[in-house]
Design a protein around this ligand. Structure first.
Ligand SMILES: Nc1ncnc2c1ncn2[C@@H]1O[C@H](COP(=O)(O)OP(=O)(O)OP(=O)(O)O)[C@@H](O)[C@H]1O
Length: 891
């Protein structure tokens, strides 16, 4: 057995393939040079997370699956993700006695190599044919204990034969002679050597539907693995670090960077550029320009022959794209113009993957990657001197089949990016480049006027690839709608959006509404854009903890004035991190905050350089204790807060003493406070009323909507209203049971000459006819400065409202906005109403919704609106058509 194992190792080591820039490093070289870094595994859902730390390594996942007594393990991953290398490592490790010693024998197959076998075999002959290192005795001994055998099948995706058990008469007997596909299918389906373990590697392919077993998904290399790979590749740590930084900055956001093969290509080309003293590429296009230059130079062709080669590659690329064909026959290669390049002297195998002998007719040719295929297509399009095809036609032709084509065209359309190729191949077709530039400009400008996020982002990607800041400014003019919602961006989108924002130098609004799972990398890539934005919208979003420090850093160093985090369920812990960056920035939150966050907010408010002017904390359970901490902060000489939104914050009268003390201290800059839907009650109002008549109180707006007040609080409040120190301009007492008696007291106080109230809310306050009468005389009296009055939802009918119509017609009345929704008004009042509105010099908005007006009133109302120059109205649903005829009416 030892001798067979030794032979197996020698077999692997003797492989005649070679490492190439695009094809990758030979797996056995990776292993022998200690460059093996275990790739990661991930299920499809976790791929987006980009947090490598807790994902299992591919090797561990395979070993666990194999030791779990599972009989079929399928390693599934994209091309170049490291499947072959991992399997080779596994086989070599077994052969060296390092692991999986529970298997006595391992049979390693590359299924692609079995495609051409058309002989009939018994399993034994088949195995000795493929694994000549086994003596017949050892082989027959081995086959007697199937549970000790491991069959490794690589490149299942390249296997041309069907694995459908219905297609084959599956073998059950070791000596049965069958075709090679039938033997393979019998092994995979366990009818032959039942009990043997099967390990299969493949890209996601149709063959998988016929296999049952454990699936191990290959994710490849995330940042930490790339770092380790670069450190192994570049022996000098400084070179490794600068190369890695360049790759992460310029390419790290593309998904294909998880491919170890791509990492090999990047490292190899970077090394050759560094060795030649050249600078590293800034874009994907530039990187492929460098690769192309490197490969063409290696062939030492003349300029004309190089152009021919590029043209042939372009034709092949177009064919593969359109036919969705990855591999081409020799005949097809001739039709693309490869004749002169299929010789051992001028071999195309540096560009292409060649299966079989280059010079025999059975060979198959394919691009190593879609990236190279599409680059070849883009390059050949610009090299082609014939005028016949426009950019638009070419893009339409390949639409949906080429992911990077227009990206490369964008890159190559820039002279600095294509220059190295022009030196080697001669000038590009300037007409085609001009045509591309015109297409880019006109289609992006058109898209930027629309609201389609994905289309806009696509053009940001193209502009990012062009890497020309003045082009961004030329294309994204002020009329572009770049404030639309870009929520749910991937990392690549974030990078492109950030690029255009930085080129523009400023952004009115960075709208990331409804971003689900805002990741650390995404936030990090957007820091410059966030810092350049006046307003950042992250409402209805969920933010990972790792994203918050980046958001905080953008706020700390940038120009953001408003951050909308409403309904983003931030929570106290994340707010604490965010507080490190809060400066002059309005914060809008319904963020599952509790009392626990108030200490952090208080320290932001009291910090020496605090600039926070507006703080919106609505719908957070701060409670009295939390609010009292904020009140203390409001008295700090450093606190600049002017506007505090505390709608539904679980407050009671218990914290009103602290607020009152703050307002009376004269140290608070607070001008506006919204206490809507908190249980303030009469006791709380009593405390507040005291502060409202205090000479040091600077408050101007107080909202007590639905705050559990009754008529009992009105005496104290009217006392305060009568004070000459009363400073409030706006007071909303709506949805409180104030009743007639209470409000009559308030009306009396409001008529004090000099009373500054301009806006009063008394919606649903149980007002009566007598109150309306008093309000009417108040408005007519010549002392009131009221400009806005809301008395909706008080059932006083036409009679009560008559006092308001009389008032608004009066020259002393200054009302501009009047809300009389649901007063039970009928058609009978419309005459007075129209006369009053016509007479008013100030009224500009009248809300009449949900009254008992019928269609009979509408002609008069429409006429009123037509004649009026400054009034907009709200009406009921029953008069749509007629209302439609008047453009000034909203309903
Ligand atoms: N674990 C690894 N450590 C270092 N380099 C690796 C590793 N795995 C793969 N590579 C590099 O990536 C290249 C491609 O890897 P490999 O051939 O194993 O991928 P694959 O998934 O089998 O691809 P395909 O599906 O195209 O056959 C290798 O040639 C090597 O350069």
């Amino acid at each position: 057995q030892e001798c067979s194992v030794q032979l197996l190792l020698e077999n692997i080591l003797r492989s005649d393939a070679t490492s190439t820039l695009l094809g990758g490093q030979l797996p056995i070289h990776v292993i022998n040079n200690s460059q093996y870094i275990s790739p990661l595994t991930a299920s499809a859902e976790v791929k987006k997370t980009y947090v490598g730390d807790n994902l299992p390594s591919l090797d561990d996942a395979i070993h666990t699956a194999l030791s779990d007594n599972i009989k079929t393990v399928m390693v599934v991953g994209p091309a170049g993700s490291g499947k072959t290398t991992a399997l080779t490592k596994l086989v070599v490790g077994w052969a060296k006695g390092e692991h999986l010693q529970n298997f006595s024998y391992v049979f390693h197959f590359c299924l692609r190599e079995l495609n051409s076998l058309d002989e009939m075999f018994s399993l034994e002959t088949f195995l000795s044919h493929r694994h000549g290192h086994f003596t017949p005795e050892i082989l027959s001994l081995a086959l007697q204990e199937p549970e000790k055998l491991l069959f490794v099948f690589d490149e299942l995706d390249q296997y041309k034969h069907s694995l459908d058990p219905a297609v084959h008469t599956l073998c059950t007997d070791l000596s049965q002679v069958a075709s090679e596909p039938c033997l393979v299918a019998s092994l995979l389906h366990g009818t032959l050597l039942k009990g043997a373990t099967i390990l299969v590697a493949t890209t996601p392919t149709g063959h998988l539907e016929f296999l049952n077993g454990t699936r191990v998904e290959v994710l490849g290399f995330l940042k930490p693995q790339r770092k380790a790979y670069f450190e192994e590749f570049f022996t000098d740590p400084a070179s490794a670090n600068s190369a890695l930084i360049n790759m992460e900055r310029t390419l790290g956001f593309y998904n294909f960077c998880t491919s170890p093969r791509f990492c090999w290509t990047v490292c190899s080309i970077y090394k050759s550029l560094v060795d030649a003293g050249e600078s590293l590429p800034e874009t994907l296009t530039q990187m492929f320009v460098s690769i192309m230059v490197h490969l063409i130079r290696a062939l030492s062709l003349t300029e004309a022959r190089s152009r021919d080669l590029v043209a042939a590659l372009g034709r092949m690329a177009s064919h593969c794209c359109l036919e969705q064909h990855s591999s081409c026959t020799k005949e097809e290669m001739y039709s693309f113009g490869f004749q002169q390049f299929l010789t051992s002297q001028t071999s195309v195998d540096v560009f292409l993957r060649v299966e079989g002998d280059l010079e025999s007719d059975a060979g198959a040719f394919s691009f190593h990657s879609q990236l190279m295929q599409e680059f070849s297509l883009a390059l050949s399009f610009f090299m082609d001197k014939s005028p016949c095809q426009s950019v638009k036609e070419m893009l339409e032709k390949h639409e949906g089949r080429a992911k990077f084509l227009d990206l490369y065209l964008a890159g190559l359309s820039e002279p600095t990016q294509r220059r190295p190729l022009e030196i080697l191949l001669g000038e590009f077709n300037s007409d085609r480049i001009l045509d591309f530039k015109q297409w880019l400009k006109s289609s992006s400008q058109k898209t930027l006027k629309d609201f389609y996020k994905d289309r806009q982002l696509h053009f940001f990607h193209l502009l990012h690839q062009c890497h020309n800041p003045s082009l961004v400014k030329e294309i994204i003019t002020p009329s572009a709608r770049i404030g639309i919602s870009y929520g749910g961006l991937g990392l690549q989108d974030c990078v492109a959006l950030n690029y255009v924002t930085v080129c523009l130098g400023e952004m009115e609004q960075l709208n990331l509404y409804s971003t689900k799972d805002f990741m650390e990398e995404e936030a990090e890539s957007l820091v410059p854009a966030m810092a350049l934005s006046e307003k950042i919208i992250l409402s209805q979003s969920s933010l990972r903890t790792g994203s918050i420090p980046h958001l905080a850093s953008a706020l700390r160093n940038g120009r953001t004035k408003e951050l909308d985090l409403s309904y983003s369920h931030l929570g106290d812990a994340k707010l604490k991190i965010l507080c490190t960056g809060l400066r002059d920035c309005q914060l809008l939150t319904v963020c599952k905050l509790t009392e626990a966050c108030c200490g952090d907010l208080a320290s932001v408010l009291t910090s020496q350089n605090s600039q926070l002017h507006v703080l919106d904390l609505m719908f957070n359970d701060l409670g009295d204790q939390g609010f009292m901490q904020l009140c203390q902060a409001l008295r700090s000489p450093y606190c600049k807060l002017q506007d505090l939104e505390l709608h539904t914050c679980d407050l009671t009268a218990g914290s009103m003493e602290a607020l009152s003390a703050t307002l009376c201290s004269g140290q608070s800059e607070l001008r506006e406070i919204n206490l809507t839907q908190n249980a303030i009650g009469d006791r709380g109002m009593e405390l507040l009323s005291k502060s409202l008549q205090h000479p040091r109180c600077k408050l101007q707006c107080l909202n007590l909507y639905d705050s559990q007040l009754t008529g009992g609080c009105c005496a104290g409040l009217s006392e305060a209203l009568k004070s000459e120190h009363w400073s409030l301009l706006e007071l909303d007492l709506s949805v409180n049971e104030l009743g007639q008696e209470g409000v009559l007291l308030l009306c009396e106080a409001l008529s004090r000459p000099g009373c500054p109230i301009e806006k009063l809310g008394l919606t649903r306050c149980e007002l009566t006819y007598s109150v309306f009468k008093e309000l009417g005389s108040l408005l007519r009296g010549g002392t009131s400065r009221l400009k806005s009055l809301s008395v909706s939802l008080n059932s006083v009918g036409d009679q009560g409202a008559k006092h308001l119509w009389d008032a608004i017609a009066h020259p002393h009345c200054l009302l501009e906005v009047l809300e009389v929704e649901m007063l039970q008004l009928t058609d009978a009042c419309v005459g007075d109403l129209c006369a009053a509105v016509s007479a008013s010099k100030t009224l500009r908005s009248l809300d009449l919704r949900n009254n008992l007006l019928t269609n009979a009133s509408v002609p008069a109302l429409v006429q009123l609106m037509e004649d009026s120059h400054n009034i907009y109205n709200d009406f009921g649903e029953d008069v749509f058509e007629m209302l439609d005829s008047c453009s000034k009416i909203r309903y």
